[in-house]
Design a binder for this molecule. Structure first.
Ligand code: HEC
Ligand code: HEC
Length: 467
Protein backbone atom coordinates (compact mmCIF):
# COMPACT_ATOMS: atom_id res chain seq x y z
CA UNK A 1 0.00 0.00 0.00
CA UNK A 2 2.75 2.39 1.07
CA UNK A 3 4.67 1.51 -2.07
CA UNK A 4 1.62 2.24 -4.17
CA UNK A 5 1.16 5.62 -2.51
CA UNK A 6 4.78 6.59 -3.09
CA UNK A 7 4.59 5.45 -6.71
CA UNK A 8 1.39 7.49 -7.15
CA UNK A 9 2.96 10.55 -5.59
CA UNK A 10 6.05 10.22 -7.75
CA UNK A 11 3.91 9.86 -10.87
CA UNK A 12 2.02 13.02 -9.88
CA UNK A 13 5.21 15.01 -9.29
CA UNK A 14 6.59 13.73 -12.60
CA UNK A 15 3.39 14.70 -14.42
CA UNK A 16 3.44 18.21 -12.90
CA UNK A 17 7.07 18.69 -13.96
CA UNK A 18 6.36 17.39 -17.45
CA UNK A 19 3.35 19.65 -17.88
CA UNK A 20 5.26 22.76 -16.78
CA UNK A 21 4.57 25.64 -19.07
CA UNK A 22 2.15 23.91 -21.45
CA UNK A 23 0.75 26.85 -23.40
CA UNK A 24 -2.85 27.66 -22.56
CA UNK A 25 -5.64 27.41 -25.10
CA UNK A 26 -6.25 30.48 -27.25
CA UNK A 27 -9.12 32.49 -25.86
CA UNK A 28 -9.51 35.10 -28.57
CA UNK A 29 -9.25 32.70 -31.48
CA UNK A 30 -10.50 34.36 -34.66
CA UNK A 31 -13.15 32.59 -36.71
CA UNK A 32 -11.26 30.48 -39.23
CA UNK A 33 -13.05 27.65 -40.95
CA UNK A 34 -11.75 26.60 -44.33
CA UNK A 35 -10.26 29.75 -45.78
CA UNK A 36 -7.68 29.19 -48.52
CA UNK A 37 -4.29 30.86 -48.11
CA UNK A 38 -3.46 33.33 -50.89
CA UNK A 39 -0.34 32.80 -53.00
CA UNK A 40 2.52 35.32 -52.72
CA UNK A 41 5.13 36.08 -55.41
CA UNK A 42 8.09 33.69 -55.35
CA UNK A 43 11.56 33.76 -56.91
CA UNK A 44 11.25 30.87 -59.32
CA UNK A 45 14.18 31.44 -61.68
CA UNK A 46 16.74 29.34 -59.79
CA UNK A 47 18.70 26.32 -60.98
CA UNK A 48 17.79 23.02 -59.26
CA UNK A 49 21.21 21.40 -59.76
CA UNK A 50 22.97 24.40 -58.29
CA UNK A 51 20.43 24.23 -55.45
CA UNK A 52 21.36 20.68 -54.50
CA UNK A 53 25.08 21.48 -54.82
CA UNK A 54 24.57 24.42 -52.49
CA UNK A 55 22.71 22.26 -49.95
CA UNK A 56 25.44 19.61 -49.81
CA UNK A 57 28.59 21.74 -50.25
CA UNK A 58 27.43 25.25 -49.39
CA UNK A 59 28.37 27.66 -46.61
CA UNK A 60 24.84 28.71 -45.59
CA UNK A 61 25.55 27.94 -41.96
CA UNK A 62 28.33 30.53 -41.98
CA UNK A 63 30.44 29.11 -39.17
CA UNK A 64 31.09 25.68 -37.63
CA UNK A 65 33.53 23.33 -35.99
CA UNK A 66 37.09 23.75 -37.37
CA UNK A 67 37.61 20.83 -39.77
CA UNK A 68 41.17 20.34 -38.49
CA UNK A 69 39.89 19.35 -35.07
CA UNK A 70 37.60 16.61 -36.39
CA UNK A 71 39.31 15.64 -39.63
CA UNK A 72 41.11 12.66 -38.09
CA UNK A 73 37.84 11.08 -37.08
CA UNK A 74 36.77 11.07 -40.68
CA UNK A 75 39.96 9.91 -42.38
CA UNK A 76 38.35 6.82 -43.89
CA UNK A 77 36.11 7.59 -46.81
CA UNK A 78 32.55 7.28 -45.55
CA UNK A 79 30.21 5.14 -47.56
CA UNK A 80 27.96 8.00 -48.50
CA UNK A 81 25.52 6.39 -50.91
CA UNK A 82 23.33 9.47 -50.95
CA UNK A 83 25.64 12.09 -52.47
CA UNK A 84 29.05 10.60 -53.30
CA UNK A 85 30.63 13.98 -52.76
CA UNK A 86 34.19 14.96 -53.57
CA UNK A 87 36.91 16.92 -51.74
CA UNK A 88 36.85 16.93 -47.93
CA UNK A 89 33.09 16.27 -48.10
CA UNK A 90 33.88 12.77 -49.39
CA UNK A 91 34.96 12.09 -45.79
CA UNK A 92 31.95 13.60 -44.08
CA UNK A 93 28.63 11.85 -43.43
CA UNK A 94 25.74 12.80 -45.76
CA UNK A 95 24.18 15.03 -43.10
CA UNK A 96 27.19 17.32 -42.70
CA UNK A 97 28.97 19.86 -44.89
CA UNK A 98 32.62 20.83 -44.82
CA UNK A 99 32.85 24.42 -46.11
CA UNK A 100 34.96 27.56 -45.74
CA UNK A 101 33.93 30.11 -43.14
CA UNK A 102 34.18 33.78 -44.24
CA UNK A 103 37.86 33.94 -43.17
CA UNK A 104 38.78 30.88 -45.27
CA UNK A 105 39.06 28.35 -42.40
CA UNK A 106 37.39 25.02 -43.35
CA UNK A 107 34.64 24.11 -40.88
CA UNK A 108 32.11 21.31 -40.41
CA UNK A 109 28.42 21.78 -39.65
CA UNK A 110 25.17 19.86 -40.03
CA UNK A 111 23.24 20.35 -43.26
CA UNK A 112 19.50 20.27 -43.99
CA UNK A 113 19.53 16.48 -44.42
CA UNK A 114 20.13 15.96 -40.70
CA UNK A 115 16.37 16.31 -40.48
CA UNK A 116 15.28 16.19 -44.13
CA UNK A 117 16.46 12.73 -45.24
CA UNK A 118 14.71 9.62 -43.96
CA UNK A 119 15.31 5.91 -44.51
CA UNK A 120 12.89 3.19 -45.57
CA UNK A 121 14.25 -0.34 -45.92
CA UNK A 122 17.75 0.98 -45.49
CA UNK A 123 17.40 3.42 -48.38
CA UNK A 124 17.77 7.11 -47.65
CA UNK A 125 15.20 9.30 -49.37
CA UNK A 126 16.24 12.98 -49.72
CA UNK A 127 13.38 15.27 -48.69
CA UNK A 128 11.68 12.66 -46.50
CA UNK A 129 11.53 13.78 -42.86
CA UNK A 130 13.81 11.90 -40.48
CA UNK A 131 11.37 10.51 -37.93
CA UNK A 132 14.07 8.54 -36.11
CA UNK A 133 15.83 11.45 -34.45
CA UNK A 134 15.95 11.49 -30.68
CA UNK A 135 16.36 14.77 -28.83
CA UNK A 136 15.69 13.40 -25.37
CA UNK A 137 19.28 13.76 -24.23
CA UNK A 138 20.81 17.14 -23.53
CA UNK A 139 23.26 18.65 -26.01
CA UNK A 140 24.45 21.14 -23.37
CA UNK A 141 27.54 19.16 -22.21
CA UNK A 142 28.57 18.61 -25.84
CA UNK A 143 28.12 22.33 -26.60
CA UNK A 144 30.24 23.33 -23.60
CA UNK A 145 32.93 20.75 -24.35
CA UNK A 146 33.17 21.77 -27.99
CA UNK A 147 33.70 25.42 -27.09
CA UNK A 148 36.34 24.46 -24.52
CA UNK A 149 38.03 22.10 -27.00
CA UNK A 150 38.32 24.73 -29.75
CA UNK A 151 39.56 27.45 -27.38
CA UNK A 152 42.22 25.15 -25.82
CA UNK A 153 43.45 23.82 -29.15
CA UNK A 154 43.60 27.08 -31.12
CA UNK A 155 43.21 29.95 -28.62
CA UNK A 156 40.57 32.67 -28.75
CA UNK A 157 42.64 34.92 -31.04
CA UNK A 158 43.01 32.30 -33.76
CA UNK A 159 41.26 32.32 -37.15
CA UNK A 160 39.83 28.90 -36.14
CA UNK A 161 38.09 30.47 -33.14
CA UNK A 162 36.76 33.24 -35.36
CA UNK A 163 35.36 30.61 -37.76
CA UNK A 164 33.75 28.80 -34.83
CA UNK A 165 32.59 31.58 -32.51
CA UNK A 166 29.09 32.26 -33.78
CA UNK A 167 28.17 28.60 -34.13
CA UNK A 168 29.63 27.98 -30.66
CA UNK A 169 27.52 30.76 -29.14
CA UNK A 170 24.21 29.75 -30.64
CA UNK A 171 24.85 26.04 -30.07
CA UNK A 172 25.35 26.73 -26.36
CA UNK A 173 22.38 29.08 -26.12
CA UNK A 174 19.95 26.83 -27.91
CA UNK A 175 20.99 23.42 -26.56
CA UNK A 176 19.06 23.63 -23.25
CA UNK A 177 15.88 24.46 -25.20
CA UNK A 178 15.82 21.70 -27.79
CA UNK A 179 15.58 18.77 -25.42
CA UNK A 180 12.26 16.96 -25.86
CA UNK A 181 10.42 14.36 -23.79
CA UNK A 182 9.40 12.38 -26.86
CA UNK A 183 11.54 10.26 -29.18
CA UNK A 184 11.15 10.99 -32.91
CA UNK A 185 9.85 14.50 -32.27
CA UNK A 186 11.87 17.29 -33.85
CA UNK A 187 12.42 20.60 -32.01
CA UNK A 188 13.27 22.71 -35.10
CA UNK A 189 10.81 25.47 -34.13
CA UNK A 190 12.35 25.73 -30.64
CA UNK A 191 15.80 25.77 -32.22
CA UNK A 192 14.81 28.76 -34.35
CA UNK A 193 13.19 30.50 -31.37
CA UNK A 194 16.24 29.95 -29.16
CA UNK A 195 18.73 31.20 -31.78
CA UNK A 196 16.70 34.17 -32.92
CA UNK A 197 16.09 35.44 -29.41
CA UNK A 198 19.84 36.01 -29.21
CA UNK A 199 20.03 37.96 -32.45
CA UNK A 200 19.38 41.67 -32.86
CA UNK A 201 16.44 41.89 -35.24
CA UNK A 202 17.94 44.59 -37.48
CA UNK A 203 21.32 43.09 -38.41
CA UNK A 204 21.07 39.57 -36.91
CA UNK A 205 24.19 40.21 -34.79
CA UNK A 206 24.62 38.44 -31.46
CA UNK A 207 22.82 39.69 -28.36
CA UNK A 208 24.03 38.18 -25.11
CA UNK A 209 20.71 38.95 -23.43
CA UNK A 210 17.65 37.20 -24.86
CA UNK A 211 15.31 39.60 -26.68
CA UNK A 212 12.13 37.70 -25.81
CA UNK A 213 11.10 34.90 -23.46
CA UNK A 214 10.91 31.29 -24.50
CA UNK A 215 8.31 28.97 -23.00
CA UNK A 216 9.64 26.20 -20.76
CA UNK A 217 7.50 23.63 -22.56
CA UNK A 218 9.52 21.54 -25.05
CA UNK A 219 7.11 21.32 -27.96
CA UNK A 220 8.28 19.42 -31.06
CA UNK A 221 6.83 18.03 -34.30
CA UNK A 222 7.25 15.53 -37.06
CA UNK A 223 9.30 16.67 -40.09
CA UNK A 224 7.22 17.36 -43.23
CA UNK A 225 8.36 15.99 -46.61
CA UNK A 226 10.01 18.64 -48.78
CA UNK A 227 8.48 17.63 -52.13
CA UNK A 228 5.21 19.30 -51.09
CA UNK A 229 6.70 22.79 -50.89
CA UNK A 230 5.93 23.42 -54.58
CA UNK A 231 2.18 23.14 -53.89
CA UNK A 232 2.12 25.35 -50.82
CA UNK A 233 1.25 29.02 -50.46
CA UNK A 234 2.52 29.10 -46.86
CA UNK A 235 5.12 27.05 -45.00
CA UNK A 236 5.09 25.06 -41.76
CA UNK A 237 2.35 22.96 -40.17
CA UNK A 238 0.15 25.90 -39.24
CA UNK A 239 0.96 28.05 -42.29
CA UNK A 240 2.81 30.66 -40.18
CA UNK A 241 5.51 31.15 -42.85
CA UNK A 242 4.37 33.68 -45.44
CA UNK A 243 5.89 35.72 -48.23
CA UNK A 244 9.23 34.93 -49.87
CA UNK A 245 10.14 31.26 -49.37
CA UNK A 246 13.89 31.71 -49.89
CA UNK A 247 14.07 33.84 -46.74
CA UNK A 248 11.84 31.45 -44.78
CA UNK A 249 13.94 28.43 -45.68
CA UNK A 250 17.16 30.30 -45.05
CA UNK A 251 16.04 30.62 -41.43
CA UNK A 252 17.53 27.18 -40.88
CA UNK A 253 20.90 28.98 -40.98
CA UNK A 254 20.31 30.96 -37.79
CA UNK A 255 22.47 28.48 -35.91
CA UNK A 256 25.70 29.72 -37.43
CA UNK A 257 25.35 32.70 -39.75
CA UNK A 258 27.32 35.71 -38.51
CA UNK A 259 25.04 38.64 -39.30
CA UNK A 260 22.79 40.10 -41.97
CA UNK A 261 25.72 40.91 -44.27
CA UNK A 262 26.63 37.23 -44.41
CA UNK A 263 22.91 36.37 -44.57
CA UNK A 264 22.41 38.58 -47.63
CA UNK A 265 25.15 36.69 -49.46
CA UNK A 266 24.02 33.20 -48.42
CA UNK A 267 20.31 33.74 -49.05
CA UNK A 268 20.87 34.19 -52.80
CA UNK A 269 21.82 30.49 -52.91
CA UNK A 270 18.35 29.67 -51.64
CA UNK A 271 16.80 30.75 -54.93
CA UNK A 272 18.46 27.66 -56.37
CA UNK A 273 17.40 25.61 -53.34
CA UNK A 274 13.79 26.61 -54.00
CA UNK A 275 14.21 25.44 -57.62
CA UNK A 276 15.55 22.10 -56.29
CA UNK A 277 12.52 21.84 -54.00
CA UNK A 278 10.24 22.44 -56.97
CA UNK A 279 12.01 19.70 -58.94
CA UNK A 280 11.93 17.21 -56.05
CA UNK A 281 9.51 14.33 -56.70
CA UNK A 282 7.95 12.08 -54.09
CA UNK A 283 9.14 8.43 -54.08
CA UNK A 284 6.86 5.96 -55.88
CA UNK A 285 5.21 3.19 -53.89
CA UNK A 286 7.58 0.27 -54.59
CA UNK A 287 5.11 -2.62 -54.42
CA UNK A 288 2.11 -3.73 -56.42
CA UNK A 289 -1.13 -1.79 -56.19
CA UNK A 290 -4.52 -3.35 -56.98
CA UNK A 291 -5.89 -1.06 -59.73
CA UNK A 292 -9.59 -1.95 -59.25
CA UNK A 293 -9.45 -1.34 -55.52
CA UNK A 294 -7.50 1.91 -56.02
CA UNK A 295 -10.11 3.12 -58.53
CA UNK A 296 -12.84 2.52 -55.95
CA UNK A 297 -10.70 4.29 -53.32
CA UNK A 298 -10.31 7.29 -55.58
CA UNK A 299 -14.08 7.85 -55.61
CA UNK A 300 -14.16 7.70 -51.81
CA UNK A 301 -11.23 10.13 -51.62
CA UNK A 302 -12.81 12.62 -53.97
CA UNK A 303 -16.09 12.48 -52.04
CA UNK A 304 -14.65 12.70 -48.53
CA UNK A 305 -11.12 14.10 -48.61
CA UNK A 306 -10.53 16.27 -51.70
CA UNK A 307 -12.18 19.40 -50.36
CA UNK A 308 -9.27 19.72 -47.94
CA UNK A 309 -6.45 17.71 -49.56
CA UNK A 310 -7.06 18.43 -53.26
CA UNK A 311 -7.07 16.12 -56.26
CA UNK A 312 -4.28 14.05 -57.80
CA UNK A 313 -3.44 12.40 -61.10
CA UNK A 314 -4.12 14.06 -64.45
CA UNK A 315 -5.94 17.09 -63.09
CA UNK A 316 -4.18 17.97 -59.88
CA UNK A 317 -5.47 20.75 -57.65
CA UNK A 318 -4.60 21.79 -54.14
CA UNK A 319 -6.77 24.20 -52.13
CA UNK A 320 -4.11 25.41 -49.62
CA UNK A 321 -6.43 25.42 -46.64
CA UNK A 322 -5.58 26.01 -43.02
CA UNK A 323 -8.31 24.06 -41.27
CA UNK A 324 -9.59 25.42 -37.97
CA UNK A 325 -8.78 23.51 -34.79
CA UNK A 326 -12.54 23.37 -34.21
CA UNK A 327 -12.92 21.28 -37.36
CA UNK A 328 -9.81 19.08 -37.46
CA UNK A 329 -9.65 18.69 -33.65
CA UNK A 330 -6.09 17.35 -33.63
CA UNK A 331 -3.74 18.21 -30.75
CA UNK A 332 -3.95 22.01 -30.28
CA UNK A 333 -0.75 22.54 -28.26
CA UNK A 334 1.51 23.36 -31.21
CA UNK A 335 -0.88 25.99 -32.56
CA UNK A 336 -1.35 27.49 -29.09
CA UNK A 337 2.40 27.46 -28.50
CA UNK A 338 3.19 29.28 -31.72
CA UNK A 339 0.53 31.93 -31.06
CA UNK A 340 2.14 32.73 -27.73
CA UNK A 341 5.76 32.73 -28.92
CA UNK A 342 7.74 35.98 -28.98
CA UNK A 343 9.25 34.90 -32.29
CA UNK A 344 6.46 36.37 -34.45
CA UNK A 345 7.00 39.93 -33.30
CA UNK A 346 10.77 39.47 -33.50
CA UNK A 347 10.59 37.98 -37.00
CA UNK A 348 8.28 40.65 -38.35
CA UNK A 349 10.56 43.43 -37.13
CA UNK A 350 13.72 41.66 -38.35
CA UNK A 351 15.89 41.63 -41.45
CA UNK A 352 13.75 38.74 -42.76
CA UNK A 353 10.60 40.87 -42.89
CA UNK A 354 12.05 44.35 -43.27
CA UNK A 355 14.29 43.84 -46.32
CA UNK A 356 13.10 42.90 -49.80
CA UNK A 357 11.94 40.32 -50.74
CA UNK A 358 9.90 40.19 -47.53
CA UNK A 359 8.86 37.11 -45.60
CA UNK A 360 6.79 37.26 -42.44
CA UNK A 361 5.10 35.18 -39.75
CA UNK A 362 1.32 35.04 -39.45
CA UNK A 363 0.14 32.43 -36.93
CA UNK A 364 -3.25 30.90 -37.71
CA UNK A 365 -5.64 28.96 -35.45
CA UNK A 366 -5.43 25.63 -37.26
CA UNK A 367 -3.30 23.22 -39.27
CA UNK A 368 -2.67 23.09 -43.00
CA UNK A 369 -4.37 20.14 -44.70
CA UNK A 370 -1.15 18.99 -46.38
CA UNK A 371 -0.74 17.69 -49.93
CA UNK A 372 -0.68 13.88 -49.73
CA UNK A 373 1.91 13.17 -52.46
CA UNK A 374 4.29 10.37 -51.45
CA UNK A 375 2.06 9.77 -48.42
CA UNK A 376 2.94 6.05 -48.20
CA UNK A 377 6.48 7.04 -47.15
CA UNK A 378 5.72 9.81 -44.68
CA UNK A 379 4.62 7.84 -41.60
CA UNK A 380 4.19 8.56 -38.74
CA UNK A 381 1.20 10.81 -39.45
CA UNK A 382 -0.20 14.16 -38.24
CA UNK A 383 1.85 17.26 -37.42
CA UNK A 384 3.18 15.64 -34.26
CA UNK A 385 3.84 12.21 -35.78
CA UNK A 386 1.54 10.60 -33.22
CA UNK A 387 -0.09 7.98 -35.46
CA UNK A 388 2.16 5.16 -36.78
CA UNK A 389 0.07 3.94 -39.77
CA UNK A 390 -2.45 5.13 -42.34
CA UNK A 391 -4.87 2.42 -41.23
CA UNK A 392 -4.84 3.86 -37.68
CA UNK A 393 -5.13 7.42 -38.99
CA UNK A 394 -8.30 6.51 -40.87
CA UNK A 395 -9.78 4.49 -37.99
CA UNK A 396 -9.25 6.65 -34.93
CA UNK A 397 -10.43 4.22 -32.20
CA UNK A 398 -7.58 1.86 -33.18
CA UNK A 399 -4.81 4.44 -32.71
CA UNK A 400 -2.33 3.22 -30.09
CA UNK A 401 -1.89 5.27 -26.91
CA UNK A 402 1.75 4.33 -26.44
CA UNK A 403 3.62 2.67 -29.24
CA UNK A 404 7.08 1.35 -29.77
CA UNK A 405 8.94 0.64 -32.97
CA UNK A 406 12.20 -1.16 -33.49
CA UNK A 407 14.20 1.71 -34.99
CA UNK A 408 15.06 -0.54 -37.95
CA UNK A 409 13.92 1.07 -41.21
CA UNK A 410 13.19 -2.44 -42.57
CA UNK A 411 10.23 -2.73 -40.23
CA UNK A 412 7.82 -1.05 -42.61
CA UNK A 413 4.22 -2.23 -42.52
CA UNK A 414 3.11 -2.54 -46.15
CA UNK A 415 -0.33 -3.79 -45.17
CA UNK A 416 -1.37 -0.89 -42.93
CA UNK A 417 1.10 1.55 -44.55
CA UNK A 418 3.45 3.00 -41.98
CA UNK A 419 5.70 1.74 -39.22
CA UNK A 420 5.27 -1.64 -37.59
CA UNK A 421 4.73 -1.07 -33.91
CA UNK A 422 3.95 -2.87 -30.72
CA UNK A 423 1.51 -1.54 -28.19
CA UNK A 424 3.81 -0.27 -25.49
CA UNK A 425 1.39 -0.22 -22.57
CA UNK A 426 3.74 -2.37 -20.59
CA UNK A 427 6.98 -1.17 -22.11
CA UNK A 428 9.75 -0.09 -19.83
CA UNK A 429 10.21 3.67 -19.55
CA UNK A 430 13.54 3.43 -21.32
CA UNK A 431 13.69 2.74 -25.01
CA UNK A 432 11.83 4.18 -27.93
CA UNK A 433 8.21 4.69 -26.86
CA UNK A 434 5.95 7.34 -28.37
CA UNK A 435 3.58 8.48 -25.62
CA UNK A 436 0.44 10.21 -26.91
CA UNK A 437 -0.66 11.17 -23.38
CA UNK A 438 2.02 13.91 -23.20
CA UNK A 439 0.71 17.42 -23.96
CA UNK A 440 1.36 18.30 -27.59
CA UNK A 441 1.68 14.67 -28.66
CA UNK A 442 -1.97 13.61 -28.53
CA UNK A 443 -3.40 11.47 -31.35
CA UNK A 444 -6.97 12.78 -31.22
CA UNK A 445 -9.02 14.37 -34.00
CA UNK A 446 -9.06 13.99 -37.78
CA UNK A 447 -11.85 11.42 -37.58
CA UNK A 448 -12.79 11.79 -41.26
CA UNK A 449 -12.12 8.09 -42.01
CA UNK A 450 -13.98 6.62 -39.04
CA UNK A 451 -17.35 5.96 -40.69
CA UNK A 452 -15.89 4.00 -43.61
CA UNK A 453 -16.50 0.25 -43.79
CA UNK A 454 -13.49 -2.09 -43.69
CA UNK A 455 -13.63 -2.60 -47.45
CA UNK A 456 -13.97 1.12 -48.15
CA UNK A 457 -11.01 1.93 -45.92
CA UNK A 458 -8.95 -0.75 -47.64
CA UNK A 459 -9.79 0.68 -51.06
CA UNK A 460 -9.01 4.22 -49.89
CA UNK A 461 -5.60 3.13 -48.60
CA UNK A 462 -4.95 1.34 -51.91
CA UNK A 463 -5.66 4.65 -53.68
CA UNK A 464 -3.50 6.64 -51.24
CA UNK A 465 -0.54 4.41 -52.19
CA UNK A 466 -0.74 5.79 -55.74
CA UNK A 467 -0.24 9.44 -54.70
C1 HEC B 1 16.84 20.34 -36.81
C2 HEC B 1 16.11 19.75 -37.91
C3 HEC B 1 15.95 20.57 -39.19
C4 HEC B 1 16.94 21.13 -39.96
C5 HEC B 1 18.45 21.10 -39.73
C6 HEC B 1 16.27 21.75 -41.07
N1 HEC B 1 14.92 21.57 -40.97
FE1 HEC B 1 13.53 22.17 -42.30
N2 HEC B 1 12.06 21.63 -41.01
C7 HEC B 1 12.24 20.93 -39.85
C8 HEC B 1 10.95 20.77 -39.18
C9 HEC B 1 10.69 20.06 -37.87
C10 HEC B 1 10.01 21.45 -39.98
C11 HEC B 1 8.52 21.65 -39.66
C12 HEC B 1 8.39 22.88 -38.81
C13 HEC B 1 6.99 23.38 -38.68
O1 HEC B 1 6.19 23.19 -39.59
O2 HEC B 1 6.70 24.03 -37.69
C14 HEC B 1 10.74 21.96 -41.13
C15 HEC B 1 10.15 22.66 -42.19
C16 HEC B 1 10.80 22.96 -43.37
C17 HEC B 1 10.16 23.47 -44.55
C18 HEC B 1 8.67 23.75 -44.71
C19 HEC B 1 7.96 22.55 -45.25
C20 HEC B 1 6.47 22.70 -45.33
O3 HEC B 1 5.85 21.86 -45.98
O4 HEC B 1 5.90 23.60 -44.72
C21 HEC B 1 11.13 23.65 -45.50
C22 HEC B 1 10.94 24.12 -46.91
C23 HEC B 1 12.38 23.27 -44.89
N3 HEC B 1 12.15 22.84 -43.59
C24 HEC B 1 13.62 23.31 -45.51
C25 HEC B 1 14.82 23.18 -44.85
C26 HEC B 1 16.11 23.48 -45.42
C27 HEC B 1 16.34 23.91 -46.88
C28 HEC B 1 17.04 23.27 -44.45
C29 HEC B 1 18.54 23.54 -44.52
C30 HEC B 1 18.92 24.88 -44.85
C31 HEC B 1 16.33 22.81 -43.27
N4 HEC B 1 14.99 22.78 -43.56
C32 HEC B 1 16.93 22.44 -42.09
C33 HEC B 1 13.44 20.45 -39.38
C34 HEC B 1 14.68 20.86 -39.83
C1 HEC C 1 -11.96 19.35 -43.17
C2 HEC C 1 -10.70 19.13 -43.83
C3 HEC C 1 -10.17 17.72 -43.95
C4 HEC C 1 -10.81 16.61 -44.47
C5 HEC C 1 -12.23 16.51 -44.97
C6 HEC C 1 -9.83 15.54 -44.45
N1 HEC C 1 -8.65 15.99 -43.94
FE1 HEC C 1 -6.94 14.94 -43.77
N2 HEC C 1 -6.06 16.48 -42.80
C7 HEC C 1 -6.63 17.71 -42.57
C8 HEC C 1 -5.74 18.51 -41.77
C9 HEC C 1 -5.98 19.92 -41.30
C10 HEC C 1 -4.62 17.71 -41.50
C11 HEC C 1 -3.41 18.07 -40.63
C12 HEC C 1 -3.77 17.79 -39.18
C13 HEC C 1 -2.60 17.77 -38.23
O1 HEC C 1 -1.46 17.59 -38.69
O2 HEC C 1 -2.82 17.93 -37.03
C14 HEC C 1 -4.85 16.44 -42.18
C15 HEC C 1 -3.94 15.40 -42.18
C16 HEC C 1 -4.12 14.24 -42.92
C17 HEC C 1 -3.13 13.20 -43.05
C18 HEC C 1 -1.76 13.18 -42.41
C19 HEC C 1 -0.72 13.67 -43.37
C20 HEC C 1 0.68 13.55 -42.82
O3 HEC C 1 1.60 13.49 -43.64
O4 HEC C 1 0.89 13.53 -41.61
C21 HEC C 1 -3.66 12.24 -43.88
C22 HEC C 1 -3.00 10.96 -44.33
C23 HEC C 1 -4.98 12.68 -44.23
N3 HEC C 1 -5.23 13.88 -43.64
C24 HEC C 1 -5.82 11.96 -45.04
C25 HEC C 1 -7.17 12.28 -45.20
C26 HEC C 1 -8.12 11.42 -45.85
C27 HEC C 1 -7.79 10.10 -46.51
C28 HEC C 1 -9.32 12.05 -45.78
C29 HEC C 1 -10.66 11.56 -46.26
C30 HEC C 1 -11.17 10.38 -45.62
C31 HEC C 1 -9.11 13.32 -45.11
N4 HEC C 1 -7.80 13.41 -44.77
C32 HEC C 1 -10.08 14.27 -44.90
C33 HEC C 1 -7.85 18.13 -43.04
C34 HEC C 1 -8.82 17.31 -43.61
Amino acid sequence: MKKLLITGLLAFVYACAAYKGVPSALTDRPEWKTLPLPATPQQLDGDPEAGLAFLIYGNYLGTGLPWRIVEKRFTKKVNDTLWQRNGPNAHAPYLMNVFEAANGVPVLNGNCFTCHAGAIQGQLIPGLGNSFSDYRRSFKPLADMTALGVSLRFGKRSPEWEAFEDFGRYFRKMSPHIRTGQPGANPAFRLAEACMMHRNAGDLSYSKEPLYDISPYPVATDVPPLWNVKKKNALYYDGIGRGDFTKLIFQASVLGITDSTAARQAVTGFKDVLAWLHALEPPKYPREIDPASAAQGRLIFEAKCSRCHGTYGDNPSYPNKVVSLDVVKTDPVYVNYIHQSGITQWYNSSWFAQSEPRSWFEPLPGYIAPPLDGLWATAPYLHNGSVPTLEALLNSPTRPLRWQRSGDSNDYDWENVGWKYTDAKKAKKKGWVYDTTLPGYGNQGHTFGDDLSREERKALIEYLKTL
